[in-house]
Design a protein around this ligand. Structure first.
Ligand code: KIV
Length: 249
């Protein structure tokens, strides 16, 4: 994990993408990605839930196992789903389950309020990536995916969360949908790398949901994503070609 701090010091940007299955994890690993997150976004882009608030630990363990079989080189991070880290004791038990499934580190959402849990997981020997800014597990209370860090009080809260997460021992922090200026300030405050999603270019690295990057979830693409492929179109084209070929005999 020191390597990531060193990379931040050198200005060497860190790359991260999500994977939830063996072939995707293997393809990303072979492509040279630094980190692979088995994100709870699996709930939306694979399992068809409306948001991540229905994802269970059993589902995360299942997908972490599959992805782990495809990873030889990248850091595989297991996402802790909602309701799986409500106490320090439960947090450690959940993190251990994801490690047993093949993850090498875990991620959880939240700032200062989660520091006791971050410390407990690290004390159990498991590296933790934190996640602040827009927290998808709170999307229902928040009433949508809203940009964070716009007001002075939001910016102050982000900076406080970031500092405390670092003191608690997190090796990196995801900054989700915060203003570019807030991302710049958090990034320059911390020694650990910030991994941005929808937070501008000042972060030490970037993460995306792979389905968004490759156009595999065409029904919704976040505004900040520029897809590099249109895999959904290829699937439709291949399926239609097969249907035509089969019907033609
Ligand atoms: O679940 C996920 O994929 C995530 C990333 C968007 C950071 O948390």
């Amino acid at each position: 994990m020191e390597d990531f701090r060193e990379r931040k010091r050198r200005g060497d940007r860190i790359t991260a993408l999500t994977a939830y299955d063996y072939p995707t994890a293997r393809l990303l690993d072979e492509s040279g990605i630094d980190m692979i997150l088995v994100g709870d976004s699996v709930g939306m882009v694979v399992l068809g839930y409306e948001d991540t608030t229905s994802v269970t630990l059993a589902e995360m363990v299942h997908h972490t196992r599959a992805a782990a079989r495809g990873v030889k080189r990248a850091l595989l991070i297991g996402d802790m789903p909602i309701h799986s880290y409500e106490t320090e004791q439960q947090s450690v038990a959940t993190a251990k389950e994801l490690i047993d499934a093949g993850a090498k580190a875990v991620k959880l959402e939240g700032g200062a309020s989660e520091c006791g849990k971050i410390e407990a997981i690290i004390a159990a020997g498991i590296p933790v990536m934190a996640h602040i800014g827009m927290l998808p597990q709170h999307v229902r209370e928040e009433g949508g995916y809203k940009v964070k860090g716009k007001t002075p009080s939001e910016l102050e809260a982000l900076l406080k969360d970031a500092k405390q997460i670092q003191s608690a021992g997190a090796f990196a922090v995801v900054l989700e949908i915060v203003t570019p200026e807030a991302a710049r300030q958090v990034t320059s405050l911390l020694e650990i790398p910030t991994i941005g999603i929808g937070s501008g270019s000042h972060c030490d690295g970037q993460i995306l949901v792979t389905h968004d990057l490759i156009g595999l979830f065409p029904w919704f693409t976040p505004k900040f994503v520029s897809p590099e492929a249109r895999v959904a179109d290829d699937i439709r084209r291949a399926a239609q070609a097969f249907i035509r070929r089969t019907k033609a005999g």
